[in-house]
Design a protein around this ligand. Sequence first.
Ligand code: UFG
Length: 349
Amino acid sequence: MAEKLLVTGGAGYIGSHCVLELIEAGYEPVVIDNFHNAIRGTNGLPESLTRIQEILGRKIEFEEVDLLDQAALDSLFKKHKFSAVMHFAGLKAVGESVQKPLMYYKVNLTGTIQLLEAMNAHGVKKMVFSSSATVYGDPEYLPIDEKHPAGGCTNPYGKTKYFIEEIIKDQCKADEGWSAILLRYFNPVGAHVSGRIGEDPQGPPNNLMPYVSQVAVGRREHLNVFGNDYNTPDGTGVRDYIHIVDLAKGHIAALKKLLSINSSCKVYNLGTGVGYSVLQMVAAMEKASGKKVEYKIAPRREGDIATCYADPTLAKEDLGWKAEYGLDRMCEDLWRWQSLNPTGFSSQP
Ligand code: UFG
């Protein structure tokens, strides 16, 4: 029988791409989401999941559950026998987290603690956690491997990722029945090759590539490039962009590992090992879309770092996973999603 998994936040950008890969790999995900970031379709399901159902030609189990609702969590664990949990749910906007720190700590930390409590109460002691390279703060050296000091992040969002990692590590130490894998993502971009699911930020995008693709499709006038005086080859910020499908496949590799280990908590970077600048990303998107992406040089964004890219060796050695898709493919897939769905999930085909 297929392993049944709980996927929290499975209707969001990263979660939905992982749900698709999980099903293709033969797992049975049960998705929960509270619609904070996901769009509800006319059938009451998240639109992302409806579209995955169409791609795969099968149903996905979904329940509208908020992690702050302990009673709902409890009945969920009573109803299903899960082998493991993939935990994506959480608030994720860096700027908003500076304005509303209490909301971020409550939702991300309390939500996770309640989830861990429900898991404990029902004897489900395996978790893959959606962490971020943000836990490394301003890099002390490059490329960043998993031994790089963590915890130096300056905004509440990043701190919640770091605190959750620590909470999960402590739980694994306290109970040898527990094991967990913490995945530190670099910069996920792109979309599934079908062009049916992708990233759909509500309001002006905070992240580079959704903004660039919205300029290319004519939804926004120009990109603001946040600083061109960094110590990088062209002065603009350099990041390790990873195709969302590669990232999702990294979760499948991590899950296989998790189901085979006992009593340990492991940390892996999910990145490509290659850094590109903002202007290189703009040029790559112009090439993929055939559209001009207008931009203006603007002041640096507070809290931004110059350069960040991964050493992905450990994931290769331990999980047998490495990123396969290059920059052109990331932009081609992003453009297919953006041009087929100019207004995201609310676009009608
Ligand atoms: N950038 C612009 N203009 C924009 C948006 C971004 O020039 O409108 C630049 C940024 O200054 C940076 C690069 O594009 O140099 C990437 O910025 P993103 O906001 O896309 O990504 P970040 O690396 O800043 O942030 C991402 C995730 C966070 C995570 C962080 C660290 O969005 O969740 O990586 O891992 F915390």
